[in-house]
Design a binder for this molecule. Structure first.
Ligand SMILES: C[S@@+](CC[C@H](N)C(=O)[O-])C[C@H]1O[C@@H](n2cnc3c(N)ncnc32)[C@H](O)[C@@H]1O
Length: 211
């Protein structure tokens, strides 16, 4: 993973600190809008949340079959404690720990993860996720982004991010090329209390016959 982990950045790996930081930034309203306007989960579907962290998103989802996956065991323990009966929480990675779930998910959320991964890691993650997705299912990603003529404060916040692979829109789109997805990009500029730019990709898994 390409990210800063020393000093203050270490604290982001602690569930309560991460949750508090998100709350201070106004992420509660931002997550609600992301869920309603981009993720669009239907009740009852099977959803995987990769790099779920403390599973903050669960509070904004309808009743559905939720699996949260994260490499950080502290985040998963925290999510289990808060949401135990609302989902399945797994410490692990998508390539190795969900082999039994092939072609079973309608929706896969990948929020605030890609900018922590190198191009090779991200492309390999998407190849693994494709195997887990039903035909016609969707992967939805959300990350901060570099844009031309970006506000100075957004550039500064991007530079301070613990993730070292913030990309341009084309850089994010390239991660999904040649994998048989139909991708719709979109931008959000007002998800947080501070000025910030987010880039979303909604990638639909084409049915095999037209892939
Ligand atoms: C910035 S947090 C995002 C948490 C949450 N998705 C959100 O939007 O608030 C990124 C999370 O991805 C996890 N992570 C990084 N690489 C991963 C991988 N290959 N598989 C699963 N989790 C991963 C990290 O442990 C971390 O908790």
């Amino acid at each position: 993973m390409a990210q800063r982990i020393s000093g203050l950045y270490r604290a982001v790996r602690l569930p309560l600190f991460y949750k508090g930081l998100m709350f201070a930034l106004g992420a509660d309203n931002g997550i609600r809008r992301y869920v309603n306007e981009a993720l669009e989960p239907r009740p009852g579907i099977r959803m995987l949340d990769v790099g779920c962290g403390p599973a903050n998103i669960l509070a904004y989802l309808p009743s559905l079959d939720y699996t949260g996956l994260d490499l950080n065991e502290k985040h998963i323990a925290f999510a289990r404690e808060i949401y135990g009966d609302r989902g399945r929480f797994i410490v692990g990675n998508a390539a190795d720990d969900l082999r039994q779930d092939e072609k079973s998910f309608d929706l896969i959320n990948v929020s605030a993860l890609l900018h922590h991964l190198s191009d090779d890691e991200a492309r390999s993650l998407f190849a693994s996720l494709k195997l887990l997705l039903k035909e016609g299912g969707r992967i939805v990603t959300l990350d901060n982004v570099w844009l031309p003529r970006q506000r100075a404060v957004v550039k500064l916040v991007n530079k301070l991010d613990s993730g070292l692979n913030i990309r341009t829109p084309d850089g994010y789109l390239a991660l999904l090329s040649d994998l048989g997805f139909e991708v719709q990009p979109r931008f959000f500029h007002d998800l947080l209390r501070i000025p910030y730019d987010h880039f979303v990709m909604v990638a639909r898994n084409r049915p095999t016959s037209i892939a």
